[in-house]
Each structure stands twice: as C-alpha cells, then as structure tokens.
Design a protein around this ligand. Structure first.
Ligand code: COA
Length: 283
C-alpha cells in the first residue's frame, strides 16, 4: 500500500496498520488530522470523531481522493452516553477497534482568578472526562478482543505547570495519571496505553498567535535548546510510532517531543556560559 507522500507516515513500513480500525477524537483538525492521515495512509480504517461536522470535510474529501477507508462521526466526548453509542456503532459497522487516539482538547489562556466555573468545567469535561469516557467504552472492546492500543495527547505543563492554563494543565495532569493507571490495569490483557507531550509546533495558528513578529519568534526559539520549532508532521510521526508494533513493549510511557524545551524551562545559565566565583570567596 502506498503511503502517498504523507509525511507523518514516513518512518513506518507500508501497511503497518492494515486491517485495523482506528478512532481519532478531534481527528479533523491540527495534530489529530495529521495522525488520521498517517493512520489511513498506513492502511487503517480511520474514524474521526469531533463536535463540529465542518471539521470533518478536509479529511473526508482527501479520503475519497486517496481511496482511504474512512468515516467521520459527530461526537462530543463529554457526553458519556454518546461515546458509548459511538463505540457500539463502530463495532457494529467495522467489527473491531484496535486504536484510540484521545486528541480532542479545549484550551485558551486565562488567569486562574478570572476563569469561570463553566470555563473550568468545559476544559476539564473535554480533556479529562472525554478521555476517560472514550478509554472506557473503546477500551471495553479492546479488552474483549485481547488487544488494542491507546494514545493520549498531553502537554509538558502537566508536570511543570504554566501560568494561564490552570484548567488545561490540571486536566492534562489527570490524563497523564490516567495513562499510567490504565496501562497498569490493562497491560496483562493486551491493551497498551501511552501518552505524548508535544512542545510548541509550527502551524499557521501558532505562528499568528504565539510568535506573531520576528522578535517574539527569536525569543521563543532561544528558549528551545534545539533552536527550532517542531513540525506537526514530526509530532504525528512520533504518535504513529507509539501506536505501531515497534512499541509493543512500551506502555504507561509519555514521550516528550519538544526539542529539549521542558529541560530548559527556567534555566539559570545559557549553555556554555562561564559563571565566575564572587571575588574574595573560596570554594
Ligand atoms: N477566555 C476565557 N473564558 C473562555 C474562553 C477564553 N478565551 N473561551 C471560552 N471561555 C469560557 C466561556 O466564556 C464559557 O464560560 P461562561 O459560560 O462562564 O462565560 C466557557 O468557557 C465555555 O465556553 P463555550 O464556548 O460556551 O463552551 P464550549 O464547551 O463549547 O467550548 C472551548 C469551550 C474551550 C472548547 C472553546 O472555547 C473552543 O472551541 N476553543 C477552541 C478549540 C481549542 O481550544 N482546541 C484545543 C487546542 S489545544
């Protein structure tokens, strides 16, 4: 099977996911879309699930053009009953679920003291509750089959914290704990659960909102030890690797893909900088 130049699929052999059924939440946009394209290019039947049907169009059109096996469903992952019905429907139509990518998220920057209860609940609902509902209902199908693999998209601020995103950071920390707990519960029953924590990656939206001018871009790049932003395709390629048989023995792990940014957070000295002892003191 041809991977058709899909960059995210470039590291894995053709047909890596042939015969498998994959569900990607938030699979119509951003990182979720690249993961979906990569899975489909590598042979999986891909079901993208998200709230907004308008977000399905690009993937569905490409699937027709490239003759991928694909489907899109409208789903709000906060609604447990809807998730349950979605899982039952997919099992009925496709007979199996092999892969789940919990990628759907909601986020915005807001000081904690100004965050409304509804805003807190929205983000916790999508990220934490949604990941649980999907893991539970799609997980049941995997456990019954004795095999399956899940991947949860988190962020390094799950453990470092970050000003302005108390809702998202708290939810992602919960998802990280969920990853390890479910991995331990299900390891003996053929189901792997891992996470990925991408650093800031290049998208039009990120460039427009996060580093809108050359000076801000330079300042941000100076924080990243590798001195470059990551590509979304590159993050997606790591996701596919974690979902692939290449990682058969890896479970409960979180792969950080951030060019070393989280290692350097709040660093005191620049690499190679010489720090002189205060004059007149002895070691
Ligand atoms: N700053 C502060 N509060 C915000 C906000 C922002 N930028 N965006 C949303 N909220 C608040 C709303 O005001 C509302 O609270 P309120 O009722 O007290 O006013 C609450 O969050 C829910 O917002 P609403 O848009 O009604 O709910 P929703 O559940 O449909 O969507 C989000 C919430 C966060 C998912 C939505 O803002 C969104 O779609 N964001 C873009 C997608 C996204 O963030 N993707 C993830 C990238 S990591």
């Amino acid at each position: 099977m041809e991977t058709g130049g899909i960059a995210a699929a470039r590291w894995l052999p053709q047909g890596t996911f042939a015969g498998q059924v994959a569900v990607v939440t938030g699979g119509g946009t951003g990182l979720g879309l690249e993961i979906s394209r990569g899975l489909a290019a590598l042979g999986a039947t891909v079901v993208i699930a998200s709230r907004n049907a308008g977000h399905h169009e690009a993937f569905c059109a490409e699937a027709v053009e490239r003759e991928w096996r694909a489907e899109a469903i409208v789903l709000d992952v906060r609604e447990a009953q809807r998730v349950r019905e979605a899982a039952e429907g997919i099992l009925e139509r496709h007979g199996r679920v092999d892969i789940l990518v919990n990628n759907a998220a909601g986020n915005f920057v807001c000081p904690a003291e100004r965050l409304s209860t509804n805003a807190w609940r929205s983000v916790l609902g999508i990220v934490l509750d949604g990941t649980f509902h999907c893991s539970k209902y799609f997980g049941r199908a995997m456990l019954a089959a004795g095999s399956g693999v899940m991947l949860n998209v988190v962020a390094t601020y799950a453990w470092t914290g970050m000003p302005g995103v108390v809702h998202s950071a708290s939810a992602k920390a919960g998802v990280l704990a969920m990853t390890k707990t479910l991995a331990a519960e299900w390891a003996g029953r053929g189901v792997r659960v891992n996470a990925i924590a991408p650093g800031p990656f290049q998208t039009e939206g990120a460039a427009r909102n996060l580093w809108p001018d050359p000076e801000t871009e330079r300042r941000m790049l100076a924080q990243i030890p590798q001195g470059r932003f990551i590509d979304r395709d590159e993050v997606a390629a790591h996701c596919l690797y974690l979902l692939s048989p290449a990682c058969e023995s890896v479970t409960g792990e979180c792969l950080v893909v951030d060019g070393g940014l989280s290692l350097a957070a709040g660093r005191m000295w620049a690499p190679g900088e010489r720090v002189q002892r205060r004059p007149g003191t002895k070691s």
